[in-house]
Design a protein around this ligand. Structure first.
Ligand SMILES: Nc1ncnc2c1ncn2[C@@H]1O[C@H](COP(=O)(O)OP(=O)(O)OP(=O)(O)O)[C@@H](O)[C@H]1O
Ligand code: SF4
Ligand SMILES: [Mg+2]
Length: 354
């Protein structure tokens, strides 16, 4: 067997990761006090499975992802546990974390393309990251980089080029190739393809999907695109204002949401047109998210929820303790089917003074 085949075999044999996040809370330190960006969040990613993390801008998705990579700013307070195959990675020292990063957990962010170093050719940057973790020759690492380049649709011959010779989308694909090259058990993909054009987004997502299925990797996929979650993720966790408000198997949650926020989120996305039916109009959720310097006492969605009652405004619903079976952090989960019917009407979401 050739040296590259041996390396590939070794990478393929890596175990799929199991990630259990329990009661994760994160507060950024700000001049105006602690900003509770993530509050008591729990979810699980089964070995070889993909979890979709969705929710509107600022709800804390990237903060969760950064905490798992140990990339939060110094001074940020973090509590809870994040067990990667049984080891809590939240408490690891910087040195221990550097062994975990890229070999056990890899991250691709929306702006990853900016992380390439302008003074080295792209091939050198990918091979350096392979050589830092695997005992192989430079030639083998280069051959592995060529393979990964081809997976993301770039010719291996362009590995000798420098970042400025690539377009933004090509740089992003190069970084995706780099992140995939060590075949980490868990991939954190934070809007990995947002910077790419729609056709390329589809191609790259389907490549990532097939690598993951083939290699039995696990993934947390952060995206605004519910259709991508429906296609890619076995489970979904919907975040709102720093909390997971609904989670469970993707098909169940998207077909029969139990939390009014998930119902509203669905209305805000274009549905696939069904033959013989007119397209549903897109309905947005009026209002703004609460200020997390001073979170409200009751349900955080109460200010925007068409079903809010006095109970909602005075008492917070119980937090979710897992993401495996469907559950929602709402006082009125048992009225979900009644709410769903009402939530489909645009008039339900009209602003009180609009
Ligand atoms: N370093 C920081 N200091 C203070 N607040 C921060 C910091 N980083 C993020 N935040 C705040 O934390 C909240 C969550 O941010 P985060 O980036 O996790 O949101 P997100 O869900 O990823 O949003 P988007 O979809 O726009 O990427 C936001 O209100 C943001 O302003
Ligand atoms: S608890 Fe009340 S305010 Fe919160 S989502 Fe449920 S119905 Fe709406
Ligand atoms: Mg983000």
């Amino acid at each position: 067997m050739g040296a590259l085949a041996k390396l590939n075999e070794r990478l393929r044999a890596k175990p799929a990761a199991h990630m259990l996040v329990e009661r994760l809370s994160i507060a950024y330190q700000t001049p105006r006090g602690p900003f509770r960006a993530v509050d008591d969040v729990s979810f699980e990613v089964a070995a070889g499975a993909t979890l979709g993390l969705v929710g509107e801008s600022g709800c804390g998705k990237s903060t969760v992802v950064k905490s798992l990579m140990g990339l939060l700013p110094e001074g940020t307070s973090v509590s809870g546990r994040a067990l990667l195959n049984g080891t809590d990675i939240l408490g690891l020292s910087e040195r221990a974390l550097s062994d975990v990063r890229w070999t056990k957990i890899a991250l691709i962010t929306q702006s990853a393309m900016n992380s390439l170093d302008p003074v080295y050719c792209i091939g050198d940057q990918i091979t350096e990251s392979i050589l830092a973790h695997e005992r192989v020759s430079k030639a083998v690492a280069w051959a592995r980089a060529e393979q990964m380049f081809e997976i993301v649709g770039l010719p291996g011959s362009r590995l000798t080029e420098f970042p400025h010779q690539f377009s933004g989308g090509m740089r992003q694909r190069a970084v995706i190739a780099m992140a995939l090259s060590l075949n980490a058990g868990l991939l954190l993909a934070d809007e990995p393809t947002t910077a790419l054009d729609p056709i390329m987004q589809d191609q790259i997502m389907s490549r990532i999907r097939s690598i993951h299925a083939d290699m039995r990797r696990s993934m947390i996929l952060v995206t605004h695109d519910i259709a991508v979650v429906a296609e890619t993720c076995e489970t979904i966790a919907v975040m709102y204002a720093g909390e997971v408000v609904e989670a469970g198997p993707t098909a169940q949650v998207l077909q029969n949401p139990r939390h009014p926020y998930t119902m509203g989120l669905q209305n805000a996305f274009p549905k696939l047109p069904v033959r013989g039916q007119s397209r549903m109009p897109l309905i947005s959720i009026p209002g703004t998210v609460p200020n997390l310097l001073h979170p409200p006492v009751g349900c955080r969605f109460a200010g925007r929820c068409p079903f809010a009652t006095d109970l909602c405004r005075s008492e917070a619903p119980a937090k979710l303790s897992n993401s495996i079976s469907q559950s929602a952090a709402c006082h009125y989960q048992d009225r979900a089917s009644e709410f769903r019917a009402i939530a489909q009407k645009a008039s339900t979401w009209r602003h009180k003074d609009g």
